[in-house]
Ligand binder design. Structure first.
Ligand code: SAM
Length: 316
C-alpha cells in the first residue's frame, strides 16, 4: 500500500523558468513556457501535440496525469478480453474512448448526467445520458468491467451505487474505482504546517464533509468494494506530485500538469464550495484560494497528493 518516496530534482536550473510577474518571486515555478503533452482531439482517434496553454479542458488534462501516473495503463484490474464495459460519470469520455480503442472487441458504454461527450468516437463506444444514482436498467450479471474515476464528490449514496454496480457485474468480472485524495503531504518536511495549499485542501475536505461527500482517504475505495461483496480487492496509492520538483521525468511532467490544473481548478471548484457550503465571503474564499495558488508554486515545497485505484472481482 505505501508508495516509495519520490526522488527530488536537485538542480533547480533544470526546472521550468521562474517568472517575476505579479509579485511572484523567483522561488516559484512557472508554466508560462510551452510544456507539450500528447492530447486527443475531438474525434478521439488522433493525438496531436498542443502547448499546455491551449488546454482548456481540465478533465482531459487530468486524464493525461492519471495515464502517466499509471505508467500508460488505463486500468489495473487483470482483465481478460472484456466484452461489456461501463464507465460511470464518463465526463468528456476520454477514458472510455481510450479504452474502446485499446479493446476493439469490447462494447463500451460511457454514462454521465451531462451530455458533454464528443460525437465522433470509436464504433464500439456509445455514450448515454444517465444518472448513476437512479435505479439502473441494466440486466444483472451483465458487465465484464465497470469503471469509475473521480466521481466521489458527485455521489450521495455510495452504498446504493455499489449495490447496483455489484448486481450488474458478471460473476468473475471486475470493478475498478479510482479517486483523488485531497490531503497535501510531503515526505521531507519541506511543506510547512501552515502552507496555504495544505490549508486550502483541509478546508476543501471540511467543506465536502459538511455535505456528506468527503474525499476518499487510504482504504476508502477498498472498503467500498469489500462491503459490496467483491473479492480479491486491491487498492494502490499513487503519489501525485504538485509541481515539477521530482527528478524522474515522468513524475516531473505529472507535477507540472498537476500544478496547472490546480492553478486553474482550485478557483473554479473551491470558490463555489467555500461560499456555498461554508460561511466564507467571496473575499475570504478568494484570499484562501489565491494564497493556495501561490503556495503550490513554491519550488522548495515537495508536496504531493494521493490518487487511489482499487479493483475487485465479483465471485463466481
Ligand atoms: C470530475 S468528472 C470525471 C470525469 C471522468 N470520469 C474522468 O475521470 O475524466 C465527474 C463527472 O461525473 C458526472 N456526474 C456527476 N453526477 C453524476 C451522476 N449522478 N451520474 C452520472 N454522472 C455524474 C459529471 O457530470 C462529471 O462529468
Amino acid at each position: 500500500m505505501s508508495a516509495p518516496e519520490i526522488e527530488v530534482d536537485p538542480s533547480p536550473a533544470q526546472l521550468p523558468v521562474p517568472i517575476n510577474a505579479d509579485g511572484i518571486d523567483n522561488q516559484t515555478f512557472s508554466l508560462q513556457q510551452d510544456v507539450s503533452i500528447s492530447y486527443h482531439d475531438d474525434s478521439g482517434y488522433q493525438t496531436s501535440t498542443l502547448s499546455l496553454n491551449s488546454l482548456i479542458n481540465q478533465m482531459d488534462l487530468h486524464h493525461e496525469i492519471f495515464r502517466l501516473l499509471l505508467n500508460e495503463k488505463l486500468h489495473l484490474a487483470p482483465l481478460d478480453a472484456p466484452r461489456k464495459v461501463l464507465d460511470i460519470g464518463t465526463g468528456t469520455g476520454i477514458w472510455a474512448i481510450d479504452f474502446a480503442d485499446s479493446y476493439p472487441s469490447a462494447e463500451v458504454i460511457g454514462t454521465d448526467i451531462s451530455p458533454i461527450q464528443p460525437v465522433y468516437v470509436p464504433p464500439n463506444l456509445k455514450f448515454e445520458v444517465d444518472d448513476a444514482e437512479a435505479d439502473w436498467v441494466y440486466a444483472s450479471d451483465y458487465f465484464d468491467f465497470i469503471h469509475s474515476r473521480n466521481i466521489a464528490q458527485c455521489i450521495s449514496d455510495w452504498e446504493k451505487l455499489m449495490g447496483q454496480i455489484y448486481r450488474c457485474t458478471k460473476p468473475g468480472g471486475y470493478v475498478e474505482l479510482s479517486e483523488l485524495g485531497c490531503v497535501a503531504f510531503s515526505d521531507d518536511e519541506t511543506m510547512a504546517e501552515d502552507n496555504a495549499y495544505k490549508k486550502c485542501c483541509e478546508l476543501l475536505n471540511k467543506t465536502m464533509e459538511t455535505i456528506n461527500r468527503p474525499w476518499p482517504v487510504a482504504g476508502t475505495l477498498k472498503a467500498r468494494l469489500e462491503k459490496a461483496g467483491f473479492v480479491d480487492v486491491h487498492e494502490v496509492r499513487f503519489k501525485q506530485p504538485v509541481g515539477p520538483w521530482p527528478k524522474d521525468k515522468r513524475l516531473k511532467q505529472v507535477g507540472a500538469m498537476v500544478m496547472l490544473t490546480s492553478e486553474t481548478g482550485i478557483e473554479a471548484y473551491a470558490l463555489a464550495a467555500f461560499t456555498r457550503y461554508l460561511t466564507l465571503s467571496v473575499e475570504e474564499a478568494t484570499k484562501v484560494i489565491e494564497d493556495a495558488a501561490k503556495a503550490l508554486k513554491k519550488k522548495h515545497s515537495h508536496m504531493y497528493t494521493d490518487f487511489y485505484v482499487a479493483y475487485g472481482r465479483k465471485p463466481q
